[in-house]
Design a protein. Sequence first.
Length: 175
Amino acid sequence: MKPNRIPIALHQAVMSCLRAKLRQAGDYFNTTFPEPVLNYQQRGTSAGTAWLDKWEIRLNPVLLLANRDTFIDEVIPHELAHLLVFRQFGRVAPHGKQWRWMMENVLHTEPHRTHGFDLATVRTTTFHYLCGCQRHELTVRRHNRIMRGESLYRCRQCGDVLRFAGDNNPENVVE
Ligand SMILES: [Zn+2]
Ligand SMILES: [Zn+2]
């Protein structure tokens, strides 16, 4: 993994936004939600993904560094709303009425589906692969080696052979 170091002040701003929004939701539902795991492992052109079963938010470090205000104002509430919707309503359409309601009425954030970033810095062609535990982005070169039957790649965490996911996200991940 190529390191994209996030300055500590930016990480703190991200966490304080996440915690403020989580408290807002806790007040609304009169409960205390556990704090989601937040990391900077998102690759490709997505700003972030919400991993529902893992209660985890992955942010794209390259896009975060270039668009910090939009991440604080939009992306973090957007991904948190996915987790809260899953917790409150179960599996429903990713950007459906429950998600819009959560954004507007609970998190007081305009429900944008996308964030209008300039994607030039992250638009390299990669291919989505899956294992038992996460999503991987492989380069064209590795993808071609797999397609030709020359190589298999295994996940270092779970040991599964990576399998091509096409363009589809697994069901428990939303962007
Ligand atoms: Zn794995
Ligand atoms: Zn989304």
